[in-house]
Design a protein around this ligand. Structure first.
Ligand SMILES: [Zn+2]
Length: 277
């Protein structure tokens, strides 16, 4: 409900709202191209040197804008920057911003897609409902194009991440563990918006070679059409603080995903570029 209201309020800022409906999907990022096309009135004003009083200057030709509700709200808890609005579909979880310990989305379902572990009922098969519908559509399209992919790991609770991290520390020590495994609260898998995806061509393993397979390439080129981004791309390691992970896909909605894909932005860069309104 809240998100619907946000979209309506975005439309109010623009003329030709009905035309915008098809373009402004679930997440109301309004690209400057859309803004200028739907605001001929303002361009006329600029041409004649007149200016609408009260016209927000930030609305013109300055790149994408985004409602403030889609930015992290942060509180510092015991030295950690903890996200206060973790249900936000654009939530930015990384080595700087953590999810609350107890956070678990309450709208998770098991999507109807093939899993690497077959029919077993495991917590890691869960993903939030909107992301589940989107990933089902993506897998359907892949199948139509003879791309055979398998979901490997979706939701992961704080406690499960804690166990994984502890196990890695015992194996390789704290320093190496921190580079390879997310600290509990800092894993995107806790958002319920992430799925690791693999293919038989790499024995269903989560490995860098997946990026060179036809399945990995198909996902990298098409995921945005379904609202997913390749969250940890090659060459962006210093920004994401994670190694290249061609298997890790994060749901952000079609419009945000397409904006990031077209601009070659990570989620971190996206938030540096979009203007808060
Ligand atoms: Zn992952």
């Amino acid at each position: 409900m809240k998100r619907t209201l946000l979209i309506i309020s975005s439309c109010i800022l623009l003329s030709g709202c009905s035309e915008m409906d098809a373009l402004v999907k679930k997440i109301p990022i309004l690209k400057d191209k859309i803004n200028s096309e739907s605001r001929p009135q303002q361009q006329d004003n600029q041409a004649t040197g007149t200016k609408d009083p009260g016209e927000p200057a930030s609305q013109t030709n300055d790149g994408p804008v985004l409602e403030a509700a889609y930015f992290n709200e942060i509180a510092v808890e015991g030295g950690r920057k903890e996200i206060q609005n973790p249900d936000n579909f654009l939530v930015l979880v990384n080595k700087e911003f953590s999810l609350p310990v107890e956070y678990r989305p309450d709208d998770m379902v098991k999507p109807d897609i093939p899993f690497s572990f077959g029919e077993q009922d495991l917590e890691k098969s869960l993903i939030r409902e909107e992301a589940a519908r989107a990933i089902e559509a993506m897998f359907r399209q892949a199948k139509e194009e003879n791309i055979e992919i398998y979901a490997v790991s979706g939701f992961r609770s704080y406690d499960r991440q804690n166990d994984l991290f502890d196990a890695e520390v015992r194996k390789v020590g704290v320093d190496s563990a921190t580079q390879a495994v997310a600290l509990p609260g800092q894993s995107e898998h806790q958002t319920g918006l992430t799925m690791d995806i693999a293919a038989k061509s790499t024995d269903l393993n989560l490995t860098e070679e997946f990026g060179e397979t036809i399945e990995g390439k198909w996902l990298a080129a098409n995921a945005h059409k379904f609202g997913f981004i390749l969250r940890y791309p090659k060459g962006k390691e210093s920004i994401t603080q994670y190694q290249y992970e061609p298997w890790h896909f994060r749901y952000v909605g079609v419009e945000a995903a397409t904006t990031m894909y077209e601009n070659n932005w990570t989620l971190e860069e996206f938030f540096q570029q979009v203007k808060k309104i």
